[in-house]
Design a protein around this ligand. Sequence first.
Ligand SMILES: *[C@@H]1O[C@H](CO)[C@@H](O)[C@H](O)[C@H]1NC(C)=O
Ligand SMILES: *[C@@H]1O[C@H](CO)[C@@H](O)[C@H](O)[C@H]1NC(C)=O
Length: 213
Amino acid sequence: MTSFRCTVALVVVMAAIVLQASAMPPMTTERVCVKPDSSPIEGDIGPGQVRSSSDGCTDCWCDENTLIVYCVSGSCPPRSCHDSVRKPGVCCDECPNGYNCKTPGGTLVSDGQYVIENNENCTCSSEYTGMPTGSEGPQTMCIPLPTPPPPGCSHFNGTVVVGTKPGDFIHPDPCTICLCNTLYKLWCCIEVCPRPECRDAFIPQGQCCPQCP
Ligand SMILES: *[C@@H]1O[C@H](CO)[C@@H](O)[C@H](O)[C@H]1NC(C)=O
Ligand SMILES: *[C@@H]1O[C@H](CO)[C@@H](O)[C@H](O)[C@H]1NC(C)=O
């Protein structure tokens, strides 16, 4: 019985040696690095190895002693254009056409250029400090254009008297006098005539009030 038990044990040990020899090279001590759950690295990292994530934004390495994987992610500078491209394996966007901006209306404006849009002068400049930068890229700085003066002062009913300007008096009719104010609006007064003292009063041409002959 004793010899039988001994034989079985020997066979098991030999089988184990044969299996191990065929499965892997001898003297391999398999040490596995432990990746954090949040690791963006695909596949395994060997002890002492450094690997980058496929988007190029994270580098991870495995500490040879502790077998812990450490990762660091870079951050990209704010976007400096609206037609950026991302090269494979490079973390941050690149601007092949340089700095550019968008107007509130969505027009692309190159660095140092301006466009007139919605009565505003919208300039793109990488040199201005405090240039508004949205999450989607730089914005233009817009200044309202000076509005041209209206063609004339207007009555409150909207009728424009072409050629009049602030400070002018006009007589729409002989009994009305109007003053144009600084906002190009006409303020009008109507003359009130005294009652004539005769029965055959008449209104002279171009006058407001009746007169006696
Ligand atoms: C718009 O602004 C730029 C400066 O930002 C100036 O050089 C340009 O003359 C302006 N254009 C008009 C039409 O006002
Ligand atoms: C507007 O008012 C002015 C002055 O009262 C008058 O002369 C003109 O005929 C009016 N126009 C209209 C369209 O009512």
